[in-house]
Design a protein around this ligand. Sequence first.
Ligand code: 26V
Length: 829
Amino acid sequence: MRFKGPAHEPTHPLALRAAVPAERTVDAFVEEFLENLNYVQGVALPRSTINDQYLALAMTVRRYLMTDWMNTARRRRGAPSKMVGYLSAEYLLGRQLGNSLLAADLYDIAREAMNQCGISIDALRAQEVEPGLGNGGLGRLAACFVDSLATLDVPSIGYGIRYEYGMFRQTFVDGRQVERPDSWLFLGSPWEFPLPDRAVEIHFGGHTESTTQDGQEITRWLPAWNVQAIPYQLMVPGYRNGVANTLRLWSARATREFDLHIFNSGDYEEAVRAQTFAENITKVLYPEDSTPQGKELRLQQQYFFVAASLKDYIEQTLPDDFDLHNLPDQIIWQLNDTHPVIAIPELMRLLVDEYGLPWEEAWDITSRCFAYTCHTLLPEALEVWSVDILGRLLPRHLEIIYRINDEFLESVRERFPGDEDRVRRMSIIQENPRAVRMAYLATVVGTKVNGVAELHSQLLRDKVLPDFSEMWPEKFTNVTNGITPRRFLRLSNGRLSDLITETIGEGWETDLERLRELEPYADDAAFRQRFRDVKEANKHRLRDLLITRDNFALPQGQMIDVMVKRLHEYKRQMLKLLHIVTLYEGLSTGRLTPEQVTPRTFVFGAKAAPGYFMAKEIIALINAVGKTINADDRFNEILTVAFPANYNVTLAEKLIPAADLSEQISLAGKEASGTGNMKFALNGALTIGTDDGANVEIRQLVGDDNFFLFGMSEPEVAALGEQGYVPRSFYEGNDDLRRAIDLIASGAFTDRDGSKAWTVVGDLLNNDRFMVLADYASYIEAQGRVDAAYADYESWTRSAILNVARCGFFSSDRSMHDYMARIWGIGQG
Ligand code: 26V
């Protein structure tokens, strides 16, 4: 099926006019809202539920943005230029209502309109379940990037997967993580536009057949089964610029053959089973797990969405008579990590098998259409697909990968004759077990490979892909990650935003380097007071939220020290826990007097992958320590541990603006970038952090005086590893550390059952892959500097203001400009 719009141009003048926006007045807004409530929801205001009202409000905002959306599409069709296809298996979008109101500049009108209807707009915003279609930083980065692309009016489209169930909802039962399904679609999502008539068919399995025609070998793929990919479109509004881009998410549905099969066959149950099987493909987001291998369904998801996206673009976006040789002038596909890398053999297959291009020409095109972003340094996180699984699911793609590899290894042999060791190292196919290294495939074929922060890109070149960077140094580049200042400052921190606007004027939301103009105000006592008032008010807002959300009363007047991110050993939540236990142990035994301890609330937010045993043990331990400390009335005024369950974008928006201290304490060389670190600094928290990921750049920008650096550097980590790391020697050599660990191991926090604490502690003593114990002393020393600095609250505030003023670099708008200049070859923005 090829959908190309109407065969005849419409003749009625109304059908031809450009979309007209609705009037931007409170009255018009109220009218539109009631109209939606009555005629879309089918209820009258007095009988409407809060969900009815939320849906009607969303529909109303959507109506205003829709004209931008249609006009953007129309304008781009009129002046086609090279575009970006962002391929990502994850988009962690966060709630849409507030962001849409902000982008459309309708917030004040909507608030007043709702007031006049007797409705609290905040209550309606709270009704929205965020689409959590991602695991963590990688998915949120994709959401920030599409926001910036729209704000910069870059012709682009985001492609992804419409998971029916996104990131699981985390609850704690006896302090242990329990996962519940995230049924974000249950009450209806007003933001998506399903387009079932634009479905494309995606094939799987079967086998290939080769024949020779006129001396040419022709290969045909004879798949065994297929599913339909239904596109769901979401608007991505730019910030007050009349632009809306598209996010196209694919949902799997059984093909009509299944229906027919059900109808015709007597085996009704079997037919329904087959249907369920097809629809399982987009049922659930895979939690980034401890073992990425052997997840056939995950490979199905990956192929499903990229095959649908390529087909959608080639068949439905390009003109019918398009010469595919010119494809690289029309589109660059950005591969967000290895998840969409199967798009490479898919494009080769389309060009060679379906469009009949010679292999060499197809290769020339394909090798200019893709660029690859790597988001990790951990070897176990680099995706590989067993040849068995890949060959069973995508036999033709496996053949294509083999041929790419053969030709590539030939070129390695030419360049490095006799170096078979290198050939083995660089092969896209790994031996024992035989598997396809997706990062290598992307590196070999892509025009560019980038890391996500300076240090990460350097380590990527030198340690992860050294042979490749030696072969093609020009392929490698860096683009430091960024965050959208719209959501993570303007929307989430209205008070600070207002103070900024009052001080330096408007426009900083789209030109974040302008925050530099705040620098002189760091020395202005009156400004500092106002800045502190903002922080205080944000703490109150967080307090209110945690009382209703978690029935947790955040104490007042304590430093708020926050570590929020996925639970992973390399991120070292345990380091922070050891600091807490050290303070508690010191206070309990009287070695520390209360006066020596800065009153703090230690906040954690973290989900563990359901299959990641150690991460779940750490969560249980944090909760156990928190329970004991919070219940100990002796230290109520000094130490508090808060671990609100189900950390997500919505909670981040409340937590980050309230934070005084941001914990970015991964082992150097392990965190590719981090983006939470940027959000905290931009909201005026100071960072305690290692020289890792984007921390390096944050520290360079804000200055050593305004950043608490600790821990080994990456070369020191490497050296200690080589020399043979013995964690127990650090335990034995540091009294505070020994006492903290002994206290945990004694069972003091786990109802006197020491064995429960032993898994975590035992691993630290005997293994400690991420060198928590080696960095402990340095961390405790840095926390001492934090306390000392906090004691001088004027100077602390000064540093916080300078953090805000100097972090404009971390706008994702800047990241997008860098991608355009260094990777996409797109000139303007
Ligand atoms: C995946 C896995 C799967 C197997 C077990 C261990 C493991 C560890 C990490 C990952 C995540 C890999 C991809 C990822 O999410 N990277 C994150 O990307 C962010 C955006 O670039 C970046 O800020 C984070 O530092 C990086 O961890």
